[in-house]
Design a protein around this ligand. Sequence first.
Ligand code: SF4
Length: 344
Amino acid sequence: MGKRQHGSSEKRWREILKLEKRRRGISEDRLLIVGVADLANFWWCAQQSLFWARDSELRVFANYVFHGFRLVTPGLYEEPALMMVEMLLKERDERERLRLLKLVDDNYKGLDLDRILREVAKKAEKDAEVEIDGRILRLVREGDKLVILEEGVECDLTKGEHDDVCRKVLRALCARSPEHASRESELGSRFKRGDLLHEKLAERHPSIFYAKEWDRYVIAGVPDGIGEDFVYEFKSTVFSNSAKYKWRVDNSILPVTRTQANIYAWIFNKRRWVVEIFSCADLRLYKWEGEVDYGDVERTLKGFKAAEEGGEILPPVCWKCESCKYRDHCKVKDRCRPSRRQGI
Ligand code: SF4
């Protein structure tokens, strides 16, 4: 029964997305809603970015609708927004559906973002917890340090030379020593570990889902944090930035993350971005900061649009295809480029 309900709800979401595309004068086989992470992935592989965006469009659209109702709800409570979503899904009258979709659109355009962020900040959690040897330890991020309250220990994350307590906690968060993990199992657990590290180690800033239009697209997503004049992104990797994988981190992971941060800064009208990447290989936090680069945002959006409209797609280096879930039916893979040097 659950599956049938899920199936019918997906069918209705598809109908509503189709209607929204029509309302905006967009052909239904074109993308309308694009997630920020999918878009930034353009610099990893343009073809993969398109595959991802198509796969996730319905999910991002459902979030866009839900948050479009939620962001205007005093107190940002979910219940009234869920009721509006339910109403939209059940509504059979097309004019009423169109009215509700326009309402979502208007809600984003008329929003007082600063007020919303102040409300979200009140709800932001401060502490995280981790269980080590049957004990619960509370973790607090203070600047570049991770404070382990029960042990009275401060781990300087950017230095990477840790005492036993810090090393033990950080290794536990990385789940296991990545240098001993097989490539396949490592990839399988990548997202799980990334979520855990994000929850325990990232700086605490308020954040919200938000959307902004560019050309025929609506670009939407939730940054890892939004500060006074910056957006914040946190990532983790199994690669080290200090040894033989430095080239790969600098040239593959960082450009995508930096573009993601630039897109969020553009969406939220912020002047700067801060990117942190925690390496499980050397248990160290790497940090980059910069001014928003609107040129990067525009290059990404224009490149993505051209690729979606059939323009030539630059193939990635071949090692990126090895772990890509689309490799069995991807034609761009046949033109992949050999690595110029180890790592990229
Ligand atoms: S198989 Fe390679 S070229 Fe195709 S989408 Fe994946 S990474 Fe890109």
